[in-house]
Design a protein around this ligand. Structure first.
Ligand SMILES: Cc1cc2nc3c(=O)[nH]c(=O)nc-3n(C[C@H](O)[C@H](O)[C@H](O)COP(=O)(O)O)c2cc1C
Length: 345
């Protein structure tokens, strides 16, 4: 039996092979222009990191009403598609592969992004906290989406996936993690709906499965990021685990490229009886990406032990454009500092 290591290739199915098992995690940088179009500086930034086995783009809006932070890119206008084309071309020229992370923030937003109207979410449940970069603004209470809006948003995810293909991406990752819109459907504290999208694990998962079905019609490679442990923007509820037990088992009937854990530090949770990665691995039999606080050594041990198939690296990639070659050459990476978010190095 062969032992896989970080620098072994991996087959994601449908003729997509990655050169190694290091994934650049999705990292919001808020550097798009004011029309939310990716810039030349972003093409250069991603191009410098093309030796990762796979780059997952920063979270990218499927519709204008999904915005919750300034200058985050979109995939719903022609100019945005063209902006991303220059990014994917650069990554491909440098030998890399790249997925677009498809995103809607739901209630993690503010009326300043929506002409004074509250953002929409599964249910009208207040989010407490301050809006990043707007120190004097508090989040508020979103309005509950109508069923017509749910239909439209599923279409928006489909259109964004078609646009991702046009823009030259090798696939998409559906952002179902970190307390944003899809995740808000999956947790009891944010989903109080009493229609066919809330009230039971099956109904709470329905929006996600409809998005997967719609997006899969447009592009061959579809990954999914999930946060089974509520850790940001959402409060934990003891009933959540049953939702994720159900949906991870169901995902075995889909041909996703992978399931990717969304967590900042992949440490054990009592109620999951292990880490997020272990919990996903326990239920899901396809390709798994671990993330959250890994370094070269711990990442390699995970792969060698077979506990994950790929490892996503976030903050170290912000600090080190040459992260992969540093790992290969056993050099110490530069430590990440928040001040590094100011510039795209
Ligand atoms: C500045 C910053 C921006 C992030 N943006 C995103 C994002 O757009 N989408 C996402 O799913 N996760 C995002 N994350 C989470 C990372 O993908 C990753 O899960 C997290 O940083 C933990 O991995 P690390 O310890 O290797 O950094 C972000 C994290 C940071 C620090």
């Amino acid at each position: 039996m062969s032992i896989e290591t970080l620098f072994d290739k991996v087959d994601l199915g449908n003729n997509l092979t990655l050169n190694n098992r290091i994934v650049m995690a999705p990292l919001t940088r808020s550097k798009s222009d004011d029309e939310l179009v990716p810039t030349e500086a972003m093409a250069a930034y991603y191009g410098r990191r093309a030796d990762a086995g796979l780059i997952i783009s920063e979270a990218t809006l499927v519709a204008a009403d999904g915005q919750g932070y300034p200058n985050t890119p979109g995939l719903y206008t022609e100019a945005q598609v063209e902006g991303w084309q220059q990014v994917t071309q650069r990554v491909h020229q440098n030998g890399g592969k790249m997925f677009a992370q498809l995103w809607h923030t739901g209630r993690v937003s503010h009326s300043i992004f929506h002409d004074g109207q509250p953002p929409m979410a599964p249910s009208a449940i207040e989010l407490h906290g301050r809006v990043p970069r707007y120190a004097d603004l508090e989040y508020g209470t979103p309005r509950a989406m109508t069923e017509a809006e749910i239909e439209r948003l599923i279409e928006d995810f489909g259109t964004a996936a078609a646009n991702a293909k046009k823009a030259g991406f090798d696939g998409v990752e559906i952002h179902g993690a970190n307390g944003y819109l899809i995740d808000q459907f999956l947790h009891w504290s944010t989903n109080h709906r009493d229609d066919s999208y809330g009230g039971s694990p099956e109904k709470m998962s329905r929006f996600l499965f409809r998005v997967i079905d719609r997006v899969s019609k447009e592009i061959a490679h579809v990954g999914l990021r999930l946060s089974p442990a509520a850790y940001i923007h959402i409060e934990h509820d003891a009933r959540d685990k049953a939702v994720f037990d159900y949906l991870l088992e169901q995902l075995n009937n889909y041909s996703l490229s992978y399931v990717h854990g969304g967590i900042f530090n992949d440490e054990p949770f009592d109620h999951l009886q292990g880490t997020v990665t272990q919990y996903i691995r326990h239920h899901y039999r396809g390709t798994v990406i671990a993330s959250g606080g890994y370094d070269a050594k711990s990442a390699n041990s995970m792969i060698v032990a077979g506990d994950a198939d790929l490892i996503a690296i976030g903050r170290p990639f912000i600090a080190n454009p040459d992260y992969v070659s540093k790992v290969r050459n056993q050099q110490q990476p530069v430590p990440y500092e928040e001040s590094m978010l100011a510039e795209l190095i």
